[in-house]
Design a protein around this ligand. Structure first.
Ligand SMILES: Nc1ncnc2c1ncn2[C@@H]1O[C@H](COP(=O)(O)OP(=O)(O)O)[C@@H](O)[C@H]1O
Ligand SMILES: [Mg+2]
Length: 494
């Protein structure tokens, strides 16, 4: 039994039942034994007393003379007789067999005569043991008869021994029976536990939310106690399953909604931008204020377009589709992207460290390109001019490792834990809207760039990590070279 909490381990049901049954049987054994032994002893003593009285009757009808040694054969077997005739020395004997007897000592006679006259009482005689004695006072003296209780005592003790043995046997039997019964009774509980354990091993956080596990019907019959537990567990599993399905459906709906909304927003955004551009062309007739407003409309619609595109992209990645796997030559992909970055941001220093091409991996070329572009854009946009950016590609066993490092000011430590979450971004004033010259940036900061990077890397079964301190910010992407096993077969496209 595993001890979960500190302190003494609690008693198991089996232990409690076994000990309880054993204690009960022991108590019953002692009770029944005591009552029976006492009743039997009482009965035997009564019979003995009757015999004593019978002997007394016989003795008194014959007078003291009838008690003389050898006087009566029926008085044998431990019979004691003592007489104290007036003035005479008391005498007495104990019969030891037919026609044979032993004279009593003066001390033994005194002990017999000390008994009260009338009722039969127990007298302990030194050297002879316990006797039931009746004393009678008559005109010619006192006489007493008695019978030994030895036989009654022996019978009593034999009975005690028999009861003790029977009780001990019953205890063993009860213990064994209780162990076997609890084992059988608790077995279904084990099966309920097994079901619960299998449920905890299910992946319920993502993907298919069905819970196929149920407690088998034999252990879910509410007419038994364990069945009630099993049935309750089954009801709970059904409840959790339907709740999970409902949640998944509503999540699905939200995702669909975001995807549809993003899609629908593209056309009006393009129109806004087009009309703003068109209006600006006739700038001769427009006041300077209006031209500035038009610039803002254009730049904001560009930013919003980027936002909508990113949202759409994330919605597609969330749905788990849209990835077109093929063979990707990574070194070429990286060199081209860095070349583009150099053209877009000549004020940064760009460097590529990569092995000789080709370095081919399985993946979606357009998405991987986006990963590199997003990381390079961050290294450009969130660092000052003159920052050196180094992109490294390396092979490590079955993986390729892509690193984008810069010696810029680093990422705010408060931001790092949520860096890959949606809309997580740093100092917005610097990256949002226009820069000091009033010119809008080519693409706006959305806080979605790294979320997309993380989603794409995850869809490739890779990992991404970041380490950042002032002067050294490093994003590390690990991708498997071969496509991870996927249901639906190999859909490598060329
Ligand atoms: N190389 C970097 N140097 C400094 N800060 C960075 C770097 N890369 C990312 N960040 C920070 O992480 C935030 C999130 O990046 P991202 O998800 O790409 O959003 P966006 O670039 O649209 O702001 C950025 O707003 C920026 O504050
Ligand atoms: Mg970005």
């Amino acid at each position: 039994m595993t001890q979960l909490a500190s302190g003494r381990a609690p008693w198991s049901i089996r232990r409690r039942v076994v000990l309880g049954v054993v204690a009960l049987v022991a108590l019953l054994g002692v009770l029944i034994g005591t009552v029976s032994v006492l009743a039997l002893r009482q009965n035997l003593l009564q019979r003995l007393d009757a015999q004593v009285q019978e002997v007394m009757h016989f003795v008194s009808s014959g007078g003291p003379g009838g008690m003389l040694p050898g006087g009566n054969d029926s008085l044998r077997g431990g019979l004691v007789v003592a007489v104290a005739a007036d003035g005479a020395t008391p005498w007495g004997y104990v019969s030891t067999g037919p026609g044979s007897q032993l004279a009593l000592t003066a001390e033994q006679i005194d002990q017999v005569l000390a008994a009260p006259a009338g009722p039969v009482t127990t007298v302990s005689i030194s050297g002879l043991g316990s006797y039931r004695v009746q004393l009678r006072a008559a005109s010619n003296g006192e006489y007493a008869v008695g019978l030994s209780t030895a036989e009654v005592d022996t019978t009593t003790w034999t009975l005690v021994g028999i009861f003790a043995l029977v009780t001990a046997g019953a205890l063993l039997l009860a213990a064994a029976g209780a162990v076997a019964l609890t084992r059988v009774a608790l077995r279904p509980l084990g099966r309920v536990t097994e079901t619960a354990t299998r449920v905890t091993e299910l992946q319920l956080a993502s993907g298919d939310v069905a819970i196929p596990e149920r407690v088998p019907p034999a252990e879910a019959d509410p007419r038994t106690e364990v069945g009630q537990v099993g049935a309750a567990l089954n009801r709970m599993l059904g409840h959790v399953e339907s709740a999970l399905v409902a949640r998944q459906q509503s999540e699905e709906k939200v995702r669909r909604f975001v995807a549809d909304a993003s899609h629908e927003l593209r056309t009006p955004l393009a129109s806004i931008r087009g009309y703003a551009e068109l209006t600006r062309r006739i700038d001769d007739e427009l006041p300077a204020d209006a031209i500035r407003s038009l610039d803002r409309i254009e730049s904001e619609s560009i930013r919003m377009t980027a936002l909508v595109e990113d949202l759409l992209e994330l919605a597609r990645l969330d749905e788990g589709q849209g990835l077109v796997f093929g063979e990707v030559e990574l070194v070429r992909l990286v060199t081209d992207a860095v070349g583009d970055a150099y053209v877009a941001a000549p004020d940064h220093e760009w460097e590529v460290v990569a092995p000789e091409p080709p370095l081919v991996i399985a993946g979606d070329a357009a998405r991987l390109h986006q990963v590199i572009v997003n990381l390079l854009a961050n290294a450009h946009r969130h660092t000052p001019e003159g920052t050196a950016v180094t992109v490294t590609v390396a092979e490590e066993g079955d993986e390729v490792v892509l690193t984008v490092a810069d010696d810029g000011p680093g990422i705010d430590p408060g931001l790092q834990p949520i860096l890959f979450e949606r809309f997580a971004r740093g100092d917005t004033s610097r990256t949002r809207g226009t820069d000091s010259s009033g010119r809008a940036p080519v693409t706006g900061s959305t806080g979605l760039g790294l979320a997309i990077v993380a989603a794409v890397v995850e869809a490739h079964h890779g990992t991404i990590g970041v380490a950042s301190e002032p002067g050294d910010t490093r994003f590390t992407v690990r991708l498997p070279r071969r496509r991870a096993a996927h249901p639906g077969g190999d859909d490598l496209a060329d």
